[in-house]
Design a protein around this ligand. Sequence first.
Ligand SMILES: Nc1ncnc2c1ncn2[C@@H]1O[C@H](COP(=O)(O)OP(=O)(O)OP(=O)(O)O)[C@@H](O)[C@H]1O
Ligand SMILES: [Mg+2]
Length: 238
Amino acid sequence: MYKLMLLNEKGGVGKTSLAVHVAAWLAERGYKVMLIDADAQRGGATGYCGYKQAPGVYDWLVRGEVNPVVVENSIYWLLRGNVETSLIADALKRLEGVDVGGRFDLLSDWGVVIIDTGPTPSPLNAELLKAVDGVIIPTEPEFGAFASLGQTWEHCQNAGCDVVGIVPTMTCNTVLHRQNVESLRANFGGVVLPAIARRIAWAEAWQTRRYVWDMGDDMAAGECIEIMKMIEGSIQNG
Ligand SMILES: Nc1ncnc2c1ncn2[C@@H]1O[C@H](COP(=O)(O)OP(=O)(O)OP(=O)(O)O)[C@@H](O)[C@H]1O
Ligand SMILES: [Mg+2]
């Protein structure tokens, strides 16, 4: 099983959008995929997939029960989140002998586990980070986002976790964004994946619970699929 976490300790950078797309992309290619909505604040992945919030992640980590729903338009599984996700870290402290890494053994039927996380640094994110195989960090190429990127990168390094890719997201065709993407490449090298431009297809896909490659925008689809193939390659090698 390969465990991939979408992480950036900044909100609105595209974590949920990418998590859902990676899950759907891999599912459509025959992988058995579990998407985990570990965002206590927003429940983004749960909403994207069209479900009401529920304590799926709490049940898994605290009670050791796996109750996923099946996301039908692409056939992957979803462990839903709700406000109780924020109680998990405290609950785990009270339960002796439960560690987050061990809870992944309950998901051994799945070939790939994708974890969407919330933007606030939390003990839950820290525990998940220790247990996963790789991290994707989406980031806007803007000065205001670089401090969070640096912090997120440092947390990955401290946890000994492999950063599979930094994805510049919502890029615009401006001098500033082009320079900032170059600056990302200068600082982080080959780990910076091709950029995903700001395009309305991403918002439309969410609103209609579809995926960018089905939205009839060839540019948006091409950029998305290029990233999906690179992430799939990393998972195959990982
Ligand atoms: N490439 C893009 N172009 C235009 N809009 C985008 C793009 N990627 C994501 N969006 C939109 O930006 C918003 C934020 O994206 P998303 O929710 O995926 O970010 P997030 O990092 O998960 O946010 P949060 O930290 O709040 O959970 C959403 O409305 C989404 O539809
Ligand atoms: Mg989100």
